[in-house]
Design a protein around this ligand. Structure first.
Ligand code: RTP
Ligand code: MG
Length: 148
């Protein structure tokens, strides 16, 4: 099953949007397979955003993502990587469509509430940076015969 890494950024946590954001992915039908509230160490932030190292906003990006707790998650489902990106909306909230997370809650390009992996390679890399295999759950052995 395809998996992606999603993270409520410090602005989203500070604004009490964890529940709202989790609910959107639950209602869509995706499954949560890992989650933790955490503070990101600077070294992890620099690795996570490594592709932006040469960009002028890299310092601000690392300062912001390490400025307060984040809610890191792994979600699974068919086409979850691309669908989650659509549900998040454009990077800059001013361009994000209403109904998307950034369109509904984002303020500025820096404070855009949520991160999501942008490809299968990024998803694998980012899940590995934030989670151990033992922190991800398995739903395949769930007993379903009590529900009808
Ligand atoms: P993310 O990685 O956070 O899910 O966002 P994204 O793929 O939509 O955007 P990306 O290009 O990967 O940029 C990562 C984050 O950097 C901040 N950013 N600031 N000041 C700027 O011009 C600028 N451009 C990007 C945003 O917070 C973006 O989410
Ligand atoms: Mg990105």
């Amino acid at each position: 099953m395809e998996k992606t890494f999603l993270m409520v950024k410090p602005d989203g946590v500070q604004r009490n949007l964890i529940g709202e954001i989790v609910a959107r992915f639950e209602k869509k039908g995706f499954q949560l397979v890992g989650a933790k509230l955490m503070s990101i160490p600077v070294e992890l932030a620099e690795k996570h955003y490594g592709e932006h190292k040469e960009r002028p906003f890299f310092g601000e990006l690392v300062d912001f993502i390490t400025s307060g707790p984040v809610f890191a998650m792994v979600w699974q489902g068919e086409n979850v990587i691309a669908t989650a990106r659509q549900m998040m909306g454009s990077t800059n909230p001013k361009d994000a469509a209403p109904g998307t997370i950034r369109g509904d809650f984002g303020l500025t390009v820096g404070k855009n509430v949520i991160h999501g992996s942008d490809s299968p390679a990024s998803a694998e890399r980012e899940i590995g940076l934030f989670f151990k295999e033992s922190e991800l759950v398995d739903y395949s052995k769930l007993i379903n015969d009590w529900i009808y």
